[in-house]
Design a protein around this ligand. Structure first.
Ligand SMILES: [Zn+2]
Ligand SMILES: [Zn+2]
Length: 259
């Protein structure tokens, strides 16, 4: 599976795009930067969007994607999220106030988007990817709003994206029992001096990331995303010494990874 990092940050600035990954050119995981990183032609190839949670750094460009590609494909774009996430996305993003309700445009029989409710730990498949069918399993994590990470499996390789989370358990258990795991993408948001902010918003610092990674008993690369833009330099220097004894590196925006 090819994973192109459209945005790897937990906030927005001219050099930091918000969280969004493109898989095989067709599936997007989180929607923080789709329309900021992809050309219109590339946006037209996107047929599926997985949404981990409603925070804007994961959803902000979803309305603009739908508007940009509206009417160019016979089938609607599929948006997948857990029940409580789905309700909030519809209520807050496609409510005819902040943006039109594209589930009724051009009409409800042939909508531009279609929502799919996903159930925790029940795998489902998305077909039509160049690298083969993608099996997706949502796993709840511990964030300030309902949030799921994802296990993404294609052609005998799995990666895990934890999405935003504070200290959590289940997704590490899943990681430890995923036989074909190739990499984990997890978060680090605030420097250690802002531990109280991280704790109250259910995010990680380098110190709490190190505690989380002690739960991961797998020798796979750990790729870190979600630095908050004001603290990028501080986080890079703290991370360099926070976790030892395993392969850990920053997830690089605009790079394409093959798993
Ligand atoms: Zn976030
Ligand atoms: Zn969040």
């Amino acid at each position: 599976m090819d994973l192109r990092v459209l945005g790897s940050f937990g906030g927005d600035s001219p050099t930091c795009r918000m969280t969004s990954f493109l898989i095989d050119g067709v599936v997007v995981v989180d929607a923080g930067a789709i329309t900021r990183a992809l050309t219109i032609d590339e946006q037209r190839r996107v047929r599926h969007v997985l949404v981990s949670h409603t925070h804007m750094d994961h959803t902000a460009t979803l309305p603009f994607l739908i508007e940009n590609i509206f009417g160019t494909h016979p089938d609607p774009v599929s948006i997948y999220c857990a029940k409580r996430v789905l309700g909030a996305v519809r209520r807050h993003l496609f409510n005819n106030d902040t943006w039109p309700d594209f589930t009724r445009i051009p009409d409800h029989l042939e909508p531009s988007v279609r929502f799919h409710e996903i159930v925790a730990e029940q795998p489902f498949e998305i077909s039509g990817l160049p690298g083969g069918d993608l099996e997706v399993t949502a796993v709840p994590v511990n964030h300030i709003v309902p949030t799921t990470g994802f296990v993404l499996r294609q052609a005998g390789s799995s990666i895990i994206f934890t999405s935003d989370t504070g200290p959590t358990e289940r997704i590490w258990e899943v990681a430890n029992t995923t036989p074909d795991l190739r990499a984990v993408i997890t978060e680090c948001s605030f420097p250690n001096r802002l531990q109280a902010v991280a704790d109250i918003s259910l995010h990680l610092t380098p110190a709490t990331l190190a505690i989380e990674l002690a739960k991961l008993h797998r020798d796979v690369p750990v790729l870190i995303y979600h630095f908050k833009p004001p603290y990028v330099d501080e986080l890079r220097s703290e991370l360099a010494s926070a976790v030892t004894g395993r392969w850990i590196e920053e997830l690089v925006q605009d790079r394409t990874y093959s798993f």
